[in-house]
Design a protein around this ligand. Structure first.
Ligand code: NAD
Ligand code: WQD
Length: 338
């Protein structure tokens, strides 16, 4: 299939591009590099040994999107493009709503005008809100989001679901990711956050290579086995393979489906830090700090729907995630700007 990847130069998009090519598909990337660089696409090309078509454009630029769809007969779209920093979305809500919603509306209108009716969307476990029980299942009612970023994901899910009601030929797969970490095992592509990372694993990786002094563990008094927050960390290559399966699924179905992409296992902050130190034989100094506002104690996925519908389940474990993250970080201490 010929598949458009919006935001395909980013962390998850770049890994998905590699896995799509490995599975025999033809991805085309559109990205404006607001949170990535063309270097990641050069690295993808190095891994797969062939060139990858790339358009530098804003997905909310209608003219550019029309041109891209005029020049390519797409079978399916994977929509990664969006701003994703939770804290930034609280201080810049309008920018987040504008970018994440405009890109989606322009993309869908362009798809509609060109008769492309299959889309896989990067949603997030954040849409569930703080549920009273784990694991999180797709049939749980959303309890609302805690920040504008999360609300954009919630709203986009509704926009896409509405499209399948208006036109029953549309096929929409809403993938709710849990906590993607890790990197391609080549060490060529990985997560390259700008500035000081907000998320746990990129922070740990930068402490491990000495770029940051120490990790602050946000709270050790949660009702979890060791008191630190528990999350469902998933290797980005497993996640990428889930997208390949989601495209196959979209090709053979209509309507909309919400599907969790997680491992089904919860690990605490200290589980992750200790595993990272052990498998990489490196020290990660940390201090216990106050809870981060808005954090929840624990979440992890029920991944059984992904297995039943997509025939997909995660194969890599926490050790693989820690090893591969450290390899990318050590080989690229300044990310893609080395
Ligand atoms: P990323 O920032 O690395 O990738 C997003 C890409 O979209 C970047 O390359 C960026 O330049 C591009 N982009 C943003 N706005 C654009 C626009 N208007 N036009 C063109 N390109 C644009 O993030 P990621 O971690 O790869 O996440 C991909 C998607 O998955 C995002 O939608 C994100 O919200 C979602 N998601 C991520 C996580 C996570 O923890 N990484 C979890 C759940 C959901
Ligand atoms: C994980 C755990 C922290 C940093 C976020 C978004 C979510 C999704 C994935 C996009 C928590 C602890 C963290 C640090 C720490 N993204 N932590 N010290 O908050 O589960 O999810 O990313 O959709 O929407 O909210 O991920 O990596 O920030 O935190 O102790 O310096 O690590 O308290 O328990 P989170 P995270």
């Amino acid at each position: 299939m010929k598949i458009l990847l919006t935001g395909g130069a980013g962390f998850i998009g770049s890994h998905t591009c590699v896995e799509l090519i490995n599975a025999g598909h033809t991805p085309v990337i559109v990205d404006n590099f607001i949170n990535s660089s063309a270097e990641s696409v050069r690295r993808i090309e190095k891994i797969v040994g062939r060139s990858v078509p790339l358009y530098e454009a804003d997905v909310s630029d209608r003219e550019a999107m029309n041109r891209i769809f005029d020049e390519n007969a797409f079978d399916c779209v994977i929509h990664f493009a969006g701003l994703k920093a939770v804290g930034e979305s609280v201080s810049q809500p309008l920018r987040y709503y504008r970018n994440n919603l405009d890109t989606t509306l322009t993309l869908c209108e362009t798809m509609q005008a060109h008769g492309v009716k299959k889309i896989v969307f990067s949603s997030s476990a954040t849409v569930y809100g703080n549920q009273p029980e784990v694991p999180y299942r797709e049939d749980m009612q959303s309890l609302g989001c805690t920040n504008p970023y999360g609300w954009t994901k919630y709203m986009i899910e509704k926009i896409l679901e509405g499209q399948t009601v208006a036109d029953p030929e549309w096929s929409v797969v809403l993938l709710r990711y849990f906590n993607p970490i890790g990197a391609h095992e080549s060490g060529l592509i990985g997560e390259d956050p700008s500035g000081i990372p907000n998320n746990l694993m990129p922070y740990v990786a930068k402490v491990a290579v000495g770029e940051l002094k120490q990790l602050s563990v946000f709270g050790n008094d949660y009702p979890t086995p060791d008191g630190t927050g528990v999350r469902d960390y998933i290797h980005v290559v497993d996640l990428a393979r889930g997208h390949v399966k989601a495209c196959d699924y979209a090709a053979g179905h209509t309507g909309s489906e919400i599907i969790n992409l997680g491992t089904g296992h919860g690990y605490s902050v200290l589980d992750l830090v200790n595993t990272f130190m052990k498998v990489n034989n490196v020290n990660v100094p940390y201090v216990i700090a106050p809870r981060r506002p808005g954090d929840i104690a624990e979440n992890y996925a029920d991944p059984s729907k992904a297995k039943a519908l997509l025939g997909w389940e995660a194969e890599k474990n926490l050790e693989d995630m820690c090893r591969d993250t450290y390899r990318f970080q050590s080989q690229n201490p300044k990310g893609y700007h080395t």
